[in-house]
Design a protein around this ligand. Structure first.
Ligand code: NAD
Ligand code: DAU
Length: 348
């Protein structure tokens, strides 16, 4: 099995690559990543010398490159995670999202169809998507596989477009596909532009903790290794052409996540109880901020026996420990471009 993972140097991709490298030594795992600001080979330093691992630096928006890579390497399968992934960046600059998430996905689909030439035996194209394609929930109900699409940010609209393309290539060309739509992940190697690692980093440095609006928006948090385990199961056992929703069954208001992080970090850093909460700073809300996400993952449980790991507080504490033990990683990813992004986003 020669498997191409795109975006393997990013947050979730690095967990997927690590899982596959360790679980399937007989597979050859190829990690294709453009190493944007979000991609970091340090995320894979523990497995980079494994004999079944190969890294290729390349951009999925480069049609010729992608097409010749497929012709040359004749992959058996693709797990496609490469994307521009941050909603706030999609608001300030949507073009990169349309290029990578829509055009890049189309390039991969075209290359797979051309390379496999209708002989799809043993082939599979797995597209990793998000629950944000379903839009925003009120206080009741959850997203599931039959929820209508209603994306509301340039990021989610670009992911929705790519989902539609993947399904269209299945129906039109017979491409064997699976898609999953997952809720918010947390865990190690998460880039500190996203809520949880940003708050951990700011508490550590006693900087203001920016909470958008009133902090009442709700997200359904899933441990990233649970997501990687679900991807493994779906890649190997999911039904051709089907979609699977993946979620943590773990809904939290943003302000409560921030308060929990403050409490856990006060304990770990030996600060007085309540010390870090004083850093909370309510800032201008995200435009079009989706109110609530929640996933009903019954299909995945019934079909493939997958369930999320709990409890949240314990895994969040483990996540904090990882950030405190990996200062060098944090320093590397928060130098340079990150600083100018941060100034622009939070000094308004
Ligand atoms: P990330 O931003 O941490 O990583 C994205 C990776 O893709 C990076 O390594 C980056 O270098 C690479 N990349 C970006 N543009 C590229 C291009 N043009 N060509 C090649 N590589 C490129 O993202 P993540 O949070 O790990 O998300 C991975 C995937 O999972 C995305 O498709 C995202 O939509 C989806 N997803 C994320 C979450 C979440 O909570 N983070 C939840 C559900 C789904
Ligand atoms: O639901 C899955 C999605 O989760 C993925 O598809 C995206 O790639 C991923 O980035 C994530 O999107 P969110 O927008 O939900 O994640 P983020 O960490 O940016 O924000 C989580 C919540 O916290 C959201 O309601 C906005 C809020 N927030 C975020 C930041 C960065 C703040 O209040 N302050 C902040 O500084």
């Amino acid at each position: 099995m020669k498997l191409l993972v795109t975006g393997g140097a990013g947050f979730i991709g690095s967990h997927v690559v690590r899982r596959f490298i360790n679980a399937y030594p007989e597979y050859s795992i190829w990690n294709l990543d453009a190493l944007t600001y979000a991609g970091n080979l340090e995320n894979l330093s523990d497995i980079e010398h494994q004999p079944n691992y190969q890294f290729i630096k390349g951009d999925i928006t480069d049609k010729e490159f992608i097409s010749s890579l497929f012709e040359k390497e004749q992959f058996d399968g693709v797990i496609h995670l490469a994307a521009e992934s941050h909603v706030d960046r999609s608001i300030s600059g949507p073009d990169a999202f349309i290029q990578t998430n829509v055009v890049g996905t189309a390039n991969l689909l075209n290359a797979a169809v051309q390379c496999w030439k209708g002989n799809f035996d043993g082939k599979r194209f797995y597209h990793v998507s998000t629950d944000e394609v379903f839009g925003s929930l009120g206080p009741e109900g959850k997203f599931n596989e039959s929820t209508a699409y209603d994306p509301r940010s340039p990021y989610s609209a670009s992911k929705a477009s790519s989902d539609h393309l993947v399904r269209a290539y299945h129906h039109t060309y017979g491409l064997p596909i699976v898609i999953s739509n997952c809720s918010n992940n947390y865990g190690s190697h998460h880039f500190p532009e996203k809520l949880i690692p940003l708050i951990i980093n700011n508490i550590k440095n006693s900087r203001p903790l920016p909470v958008y609006g009133k902090g009442e928006n709700i997200r359904d948090w899933l441990w990233v290794e649970d997501h990687a385990r679900a991807i493994d199961l779906i890649y190997h056992q999911g039904n051709n052409g089907e979609t699977y929703c993946i979620g943590g069954n773990n809904e939290w208001k943003n302000i409560d996540v921030v308060r929990l992080l403050c409490k856990l970090m006060d304990e770990k850093l030996g600060r007085a109880a309540g010390e870090s909460e004083k850093l909370i700073s309510y800032v201008t809300d995200r435009p079009g901020h989706d109110a609530r996400y929640a996933i009903d993952a019954t299909k995945l449980k019934t079909a493939l026996g997958w369930e999320p790991t709990q409890p949240f507080e314990q895994l969040l504490a483990q996540t904090i420990d990882w950030y405190l033990a990996n200062e060098e990683w944090l320093e590397h990813v928060t130098s340079g471009n990150y600083r100018s992004y941060y100034e622009k986003q939070y000094t308004r």
